[in-house]
Design a protein around this ligand. Structure first.
Ligand SMILES: Nc1nc2c(c(=O)[nH]1)N[C@H]1C(S)=C(S)[C@@H](COP(=O)(O)OP(=O)(O)OC[C@H]3O[C@@H](n4cnc5c(=O)[nH]c(N)nc54)[C@H](O)[C@@H]3O)O[C@H]1N2
Ligand SMILES: Nc1nc2c(c(=O)[nH]1)N[C@H]1C(S)=C(S)[C@@H](COP(=O)(O)OP(=O)(O)OC[C@H]3O[C@@H](n4cnc5c(=O)[nH]c(N)nc54)[C@H](O)[C@@H]3O)O[C@H]1N2
Ligand code: SF4
Ligand SMILES: [Mo]
Length: 712
């Protein structure tokens, strides 16, 4: 037993595994080799190489090169932990699972199943995400399940569904990027966030593609730009109105496309009558001539692609801001053909698949809807239950935290997320998790959230766990593992099956492998929007990866270009939607004169639980910082390297200053990868987009003050 517990994850010298990077949505295929030891070597050494594949073409970034380090880290949790006298203490699976099941049963008896909440994540495989949704609805019977992708993809996903009738991150293939004559990159920093995709942009540049970047900062991505629109954070919807207006005035709209393939243009045209370019320039803080020039380049170009990511989307108007960029795509007819399209640059490794198979509050597998009677009947048939027994829709991730805070949700089970750091308004969330009756967390590490738990379950990492993940293109990929689970760690899906069995639901969770779960997922998704029926593990092994929708095992999947002839709405047409220009959600005032935005740096991933445990990655960026313009710094008597306190209407945190001329004046940028006193989410707003419940992470009014030694 003791030997087993001490068994750290390892690979025998000279052996190799072919796997996929656990981090971002590109899902680069990689080969990890444990090198033969050389005499005198004290630590094992590894070599990482990219494996050629259609997305990264064999490239790997610094995170992928070092991802194995966290897996091999001595900080892995290797046995279950339970809280005894306020302290997490090593325990047995029997004890840990009994505590969880006893709590679920007791909470259900006292308050009903809806007093239990489940919280998932976009790093989980399709199989686990599917099973988590099924566990909520069938294992527990609770309506409350949601996942961290709410903070990530919800604005773009809901916009795609409304405009096109379907949400698949990219409507085109990555190989279309160099074919586009014009690219608009709005609120996306591909250079740091999907680095292995950069050659698609540089290749485009070499082909003469005109690149427009919309970002308040000069990022690595913005350095490629022919035009950089360095707008005021939170004004993307207005900027898109300006671009639309200028395209209309220039006569660059595609009238034939609008007539044949869209609905609602008359309303958009009417709305554009009220749009004034000087007003847009004022609101966005940009030069009108530059907006017009950008519109001309995109409008006149024969082909073009617009990308958006979290800069545009993590706003309280993120859904409509994306829809306004989609208006621009439709008005110029740049979709459904090579070199054209729209892309929401998906974030997490399985950010795409994770939003398709039922871990969202309002969703059933295959992108079916939980409030749609036909969808409920179909899923009830697959699961062998009565349609009425499937709970109705719940609430979004942050709203679940509010329900925990209020005491409506009394027991919370978290799998694959670190919500105490990644939710907005972190102080409220911390208070909620401190006071909740019962918290269970399944993780590889003692994350900030796991530390607060009553029970922590150790899970397997990417090198140890089989499953499928769907990359940012909508390509389903199989990741097979060859390394045994370390210590007593178990697969996420196996934990769910065991819990269900102890709750008397084993008949619905009788799975012995990820592949068996995938076989059920195929049927569950059949006929749905995200149809995986034609995909099997064997096919994935043979073909390397398969685009969805893929309804048939015999036919070849689609070309990867969506909407060549029709959109996914029943009449085959896409829908225009007029979007008002508005002020940012939080307007600076005397007390909070600056605008705080946030995002990522190259070497860390999300809340940093994994990357801060990789020695090489941690060494590249040790602490959090704020990027601030030299003039703004001077006005606040701050120098490069000073410690400062940043305060908003919601809370405060402290970081070091990095003075940089690459950021807009009066704007602050802080990465999201550090917790505790350095956590930017202590100051982000709890306000949500009413359409998709995305928090307005990216814009808060803030103040800054130096914490000089004399002032401390
Ligand atoms: N290195 C690294 N890579 C990652 C991740 C990571 O944590 N680290 N996370 C992955 C995940 S889950 C995601 S979701 C993606 C995120 O990928 P991105 O969305 O590209 O990342 P962010 O840095 O959050 O934001 C992108 C840019 O938006 C800009 N921005 C801020 N406010 C605004 C605004 O109001 N308007 C506009 N137009 N731009 C604005 C920021 O300056 C930033 O450069 O990355 C994925 N890849
Ligand atoms: N201020 C601000 N806040 C943000 C954002 C922002 O841009 N600004 N971005 C938002 C976005 S886009 C996202 S995606 C969220 C992400 O927020 P989180 O969900 O908190 O992200 P992670 O840090 O990836 O947390 C994942 C946790 O799950 C664990 N884990 C990894 N893989 C597995 C697995 O296979 N199984 C299990 N059981 N556990 C696993 C990791 O160790 C880690 O503890 O943050 C959001 N929060
Ligand atoms: S982080 Fe993204 S780009 Fe880097 S290796 Fe991993 S999957 Fe590829
Ligand atoms: Mo994300």
């Amino acid at each position: 037993m003791q030997q087993l517990l001490n068994r750290k994850p390892s690979l025998k010298p000279g052996t190799q595994v072919d796997t996929q990077c656990p981090f971002c949505s590109v899902q680069c295929k990689i080969r990890l080799t444990r090198n033969e030891p050389v005499p005198g070597e004290r630590r094992p050494s590894y070599t990482v190489e990219g494996i050629p594949n259609k997305a990264s073409e064999g490239r790997v970034c610094v995170k992928g090169m070092n991802a194995h380090q966290h897996v091999m880290s001595g900080e892995r949790i290797l046995q279950p932990l339970v809280k005894i006298n306020g302290k997490l203490t090593p325990s047995t699976w029997e004890e840990a699972l009994t505590r969880i099941v006893d709590n679920f049963v007791s909470v259900t008896e006292r308050h009903g199943a809806d007093a239990i909440g489940l919280y998932g994540g976009g790093s989980l495989t399709n199989e686990t995400a599917y099973l988590l949704g099924k566990f909520a609805r069938i294992g527990l019977g609770t309506r409350y399940i949601d996942y961290n992708g709410r903070f990530c993809m919800s604005a773009a996903a809901s916009a795609g569904v409304k405009t096109f009738g379907i949400d698949r991150g990219l409507t085109c293939r990555l190989e279309d990027i160099p074919k586009a004559k014009c690219l608009i990159l709005a609120g996306t920093n591909i250079a740091e966030c999907q680095p292995t995709l950069m050659p698609y942009l540089t290749r485009a540049k070499e082909n003469g593609t005109f690149i427009i970047v919309i970002d308040p900062r000069v990022t690595g991505t913005a350095e490629l730009a022919d035009i950089h629109l360095q707008l005021r954070p939170g004004t993307d919807a207005a900027l898109a109105n300006g671009l639309l207006k200028a395209v209309q005035l220039g006569g660059w709209m595609d009238e034939a496309f609008i007539k044949e393939r869209t609905n609602g243009f008359a309303e958009l045209e009417k709305h554009l009558e009220s749009v004034s370019l000087p007003e847009i320039a004022e609101l966005t803080g940009l030069d009108q001539a530059l907006i017009e020039k950008a519109a001309e380049q995109y409008g006149r170009a024969e082909t073009g692609i617009i990308f958006t990511a979290r800069g545009v989307e993590q706003q309280t108007d993120g859904h409509v801001a994306v829809r306004n960029f989609l208006n621009l795509v439709l008005a110029t007819g740049k979709i459904g053909k090579p070199g054209c399209g729209y892309g929401a640059v998906t974030g997490q490794g399985n950010g795409q698949g994770g939003r398709e198979h039922g871990q969202k509050a309002d969703q059933l597998p295959g992108y079916r809807l939980i409030e749609n009677e036909e969808d409920r009947r179909y899923m009830a048939g697959v699961w062998g239950v009565e349609p009425d027994s499937i709970p109705r829709k719940g609430v979004s991730a942050y709203e679940m935290m509010e329900l925990v805070h209020q005491g409506t949700i009394r027991s919370l089970f978290v799998m694959g997320s670190n919500p105490v750091m990644s939710n907005p308004n972190a102080d409220l969330v911390e208070e909620a998790l401190e006071n909740v009756e019962f918290l269970a967390v399944a993780d590889m590490f003692l994350s900030e959230t796991a530390r607060m738990a009553d029970v922590v379950l150790p899970v397997t990492a990417y090198l140890e766990n089989d499953g499928t993940l769907t990359n940012l293109e909508g390509r389903v990929l199989l990741r097979e593992s060859k390394i045994e689970a370390p210590g007593e760690a178990r697969h996420d899906w196996a934990i769910l099956c065991e819990l269900a069995s102890r709750l008397g639901k084993s008949a619905y969770f009788d799975f012995e492998s990820a592949e068996q779960i995938f076989e059920e997922l195929r049927v569950a998704s059949k006929g749905g929007v995200a149809d995986y029926y034609g995909i099997t593990y064997d096919r994935l092994r043979r073909e390397g990866g398969v685009y969805w929708p893929c309804p048939s095992v015999d036919e070849s999947p689609g070309s990867g270009i969506l909407f060549e002839k029709r959109f996914a709405h029943p009449d085959g047409k896409a829908i225009f939607f007029p979007v008002p220009s508005r002020q940012p959600q939080e307007v600076p005032d005397e007390e909070f004169p600056l605008t705080l935005t946030n995002g990522r740096v190259l070497s860390h991933y999300l809340t940093g639980v994994q990357t801060r445990r990789s020695a090489t990655l941690a060494a590249r960026s040790v602490d959090n910082f704020v990027e601030i313009h030299p003039k703004t710094a001077k006005a606040h008597r701050i120098e490069d390297g000073d410690m400062v306190e940043i305060r908003s209407r919601h809370g405060a945190f402290s970081v070091r200053c990095k003075v940089s001329a690459g950021i807009r004046e009066n704007t602050l940028f802080v990465p999201m990868h550090w917790g505790g006193a350095q956590n930017v989410n202590k100051a982000t707003t709890p306000e949500l987009d009413p359409n998709c419940k995305m928090p307005g992470f990216k814009t808060a009014a803030a103040s800054i003050r130096p914490l000089k030694a004399s002032m401390l």
